[in-house]
Design a protein around this ligand. Structure first.
Ligand code: CP
Length: 314
């Protein structure tokens, strides 16, 4: 039976956080990054707490960084995947999380292919729930780490022109980033094939461009989205070569952005499709920094979710 925990904190959507809360988590990530650079990367803040990473969809960056983040804060971290759990035998998501919850998990981090799955899980468990990507819906911790990376490089977020290029309609990264960036005062411009643009794009508070060049002109930040290759199989794009020709971020196109612009990609990348290798690996790329910030921001988030107050000392 689920008990009511008035003080329980969840992160199911980026809209669960106010702009002040987003900035507080982003800004506190610096302290956690400093801890990660020590020779002994460990603080006792979450000692005795149990974090379960329930990843029922593939992940490299998010799963690994949540595991590292929990361990660096001394939590006990358990990973559950679809291939090694009883979901493979047909156990439902509800029965899976009810089972994990009675093991006294404090936090359940959920990645699942269905939109709304994190919200669904939160209805049945006493643990705090963090959405690590649910279908096409949201990826709020990606938005937090992206905002932290932007703030690190550009000093501020308010007033920046951020161009998001690619498959906006199916991208949980785009949805969460739009929610974070617009509320932090950035001017968000989007471009991509019309077949990959949400019908209600104007209602998202962004400016939509038919040509990628127009979105890139004078941009401070260029965020390139992964092209999900199944979109070609479902007929939403003609082929990958055509996509790269019209929407791929290459050296000529990136030259339209400000010389100081940073280039971001949440990963995994399709090199030569949505982004040219020279851009992904070029001087303006902060893609590796995004991964590093991912650990620090997820440490900051676990600390915030658990309402921890222990100092970050050994
Ligand atoms: N950006 C992101 O969510 O990457 P993973 O799928 O590797 O976790």
């Amino acid at each position: 039976m689920k008990q009511e925990h008035a003080a329980r904190r969840n992160l199911l959507s980026i809209y669960d956080l106010s702009p002040d809360e987003m900035l507080a988590i982003i800004d506190s990530a610096d302290r956690f990054e400093e801890l990660s650079r020590r020779s002994i990367k460990k603080a006792p803040a979450l000692r005795g707490k149990t974090v379960i990473n329930l990843f029922l969809e593939p992940s490299t960056r998010t799963r690994t960084s949540f595991e590292i983040a929990g361990k660096r804060l001394s939590a006990d971290v358990i990973n559950v995947s679809d291939t090694s759990s009883s979901t493979k035998k047909g156990e439902s998501l509800k029965d899976t999380v009810l089972t994990l919850d009675v093991m006294q998990a404090d936090v359940i981090v959920v990645r699942h292919g269905s939109s709304g799955s994190a919200q669904f899980v939160s209805r049945y468990v006493n643990a705090s729930v963090i959405n690590a990507g649910d279908g096409m819906h949201e990826h709020p911790t990606q938005a937090l780490l992206d905002c932290a990376t932007i703030k690190r490089n550009c000093a501020t977020i308010a007033g920046l022109k951020v161009a998001i290029i690619g498959d906006i309609a199916h991208s949980r990264v785009a949805r969460s980033n739009i929610g974070a960036l617009t509320r932090l005062g950035a001017e968000v411009h989007v471009a991509g094939p019309l077949t990959l643009m949400p019908a209600d794009v104007a209602s998202l508070g962004v400016r939509h461009h038919l040509r990628v060049e127009h979105a890139l002109e004078g941009a401070d930040v260029v965020m390139v989205l992964r092209l999900q290759k199944e979109r070609q199989e479902s007929g939403l794009i003609p082929n990958l070569r055509e996509y790269a020709r019209h929407f791929g971020v290459n050296r000529n196109r990136i030259a339209l952005a400000k010389p100081s612009a940073i280039v971001m990609h949440p990963g995994p990348m399709n090199r030569g499709v949505e982004i040219e290798p020279e851009v992904a690996d070029g001087d303006q790329s902060v893609i590796k920094q995004q991964v590093e910030m991912g650990v620090a921001v997820r440490m900051a988030l676990l600390y915030w979710i658990m309402n921890a107050s222990d100092p970050l000392t050994n």
